[in-house]
Design a protein around this ligand. Structure first.
Ligand SMILES: Cc1ncc(COP(=O)(O)O)c(C=O)c1O
Length: 397
């Protein structure tokens, strides 16, 4: 480990600038419509087309999309909802917003996804649960669709009358066979947070093919008002007239954010291919370290993966543990992160639901050594090479 010098500074994430952000934001400023208006409507339309969804509803965060989606699926106080433990707290906190309770699931080692097998085990243990949140971890779709070997998650849920909400915060653009993530199940939620594959700074999108869900989400996104300001402006009705039909939320996406999203969307395919290029470099150059480190397992073709994350797992045999590794990487100027410390280890969930790490053996195996490496568009060969060489030095010498 001697000779580990800082030769570069590489952040964990670097937001790529698309070409037209400034132009579209300028248009918003000049239009005088800074709140939800034509840019948000255009982003909804274009995003829906890209992910093959019938409807899309732009909101001000991925968390807002998840909250609205779960509410629209009909979760009520006291209901229980399956959710993976290996995720960000937003996936589970929204269950609590509705005064329902999470039932945490273990996730597959290597992919960090829920599998049909894990789901079947959970259903056998908790036959009363009627809702499931699936996380398309890291940018890879979970096995939603049946194949010749096994029933997919959607088919299993259909059989047991379980409604599914997909957390696709990491998974844009991502594909499963012929379908884009966003058109697989009834409700899919995307995050456009600053470091996400498509960003609006802060923002999110909910997609659905179900008109009833769409109408509900659209209404609840803006105070439970029957039709919003932009609708009233464009509909030629008296602009003061509206009715409040529910106690809704304030989750609409401002046009300034939507303008950034429109520019980013134009570059989404290129940005995804760029992240894939970085992932392929890692597979090629870190494969020989498998004695000490596991690389992420893919279930889908590389080109169907959004490659939001590149999470590796340091094995017990590695000469240094995860925390030490992160420190040393930082000393070498390389930013890393951890996705995730599982929710069953977080104080709130652990105490409230009396969770025992032993119930999550696969997530625990991951947690012992998980580190996410930098992955973002336009990483240079020098940057990628420096990261791989630094890792090699840390693990081999
Ligand atoms: C898996 C997952 N779900 C939900 C969210 C919440 O998204 P947002 O930050 O846009 O509210 C995130 C954000 O980091 C996430 O990683």
């Amino acid at each position: 480990m001697a000779g580990l010098k800082k030769k570069m500074t590489i952040p964990f994430a670097r937001v790529p600038v698309a070409i037209n952000e400034q132009k579209y934001v300028q248009e918003v400023l000049e239009s005088g419509w800074l709140t939800t208006a034509s840019k948000a409507a255009a982003l909804e339309k274009k995003f829906a087309r890209v992910v093959q969804a019938k409807y899309a509803c732009a909101v001000n965060s991925g968390t807002a999309a998840l909250h609205l989606g779960l509410e629209a699926l009909g979760v009520k106080p006291g209901d229980r909802v399956f959710v993976p433990s290996m995720t960000f707290t937003a996936s589970a906190e929204i269950i609590r917003y509705l005064q329902a309770d999470p039932v945490f699931l273990d996730t597959e080692y290597g992919t960090n996804l829920i599998t049909p097998g894990i789901l079947e085990e959970a259903i056998a243990l908790h036959p009363d649960v009627r809702f499931l949140i699936v996380v398309h971890y890291g940018g890879q779709a979970a096995p939603m669709v049946s194949d010749e070997n096994q029933a997919g998650i959607l088919e299993i849920c259909n059989k047991y009358g379980i409604k599914v909400l997909e957390d696709a915060a990491h998974a844009f653009p991502a594909r499963l066979g012929e379908r884009m993530v966003g058109s697989l199940g009834d409700v899919t939620c995307f995050s456009f947070y600053a470091n996400k594959p498509l960003t609006t700074g802060e923002g999110g999108m909910l997609t659905t093919r179900n008109k009833e869900i769409y109408d509900r989400v659209k209404k609840m996104r803006l105070h439970g008002i029957d039709h919003d300001v932009w609708d009233r402006f464009t509909e030629n009705k008296p602009s003061w007239e509206y009715d409040v039909v529910e106690a809704g939320y304030k989750y609409n996406m401002p046009d300034v954010n939507a303008a950034i999203g429109l520019a980013q969307l134009e570059m989404a395919a290129e940005f995804r291919a760029e992240r894939q290029r970085a992932a392929m470099f890692y597979y090629e150059h870190l494969g020989q370290l498998q004695e000490f480190m596991d690389l992420p397992v893919t279930r889908v073709p590389f080109s169907d993966h959004a490659w939001h994350l590149f999470p590796v797992v340091l094995k017990e045999k590695a000469p240094l543990g995860r925390n030490e590794f992160i420190k040393k990487m930082a000393m070498a100027g390389i930013g890393t992160s951890v996705h995730y410390k599982p929710l069953h280890r977080m104080t709130y969930y652990k105490n409230r639901y009396h969770l025992d790490a032993k119930s999550f053996p696969r997530a625990e195996k991951t947690w012992q050594g998980n580190v996410s490496l930098p992955i973002f568009p336009y990483m240079t060969p020098e940057e990628l090479n420096y990261i791989c060489k630094t890792i090699e030095k840390l693990l081999k010498y």
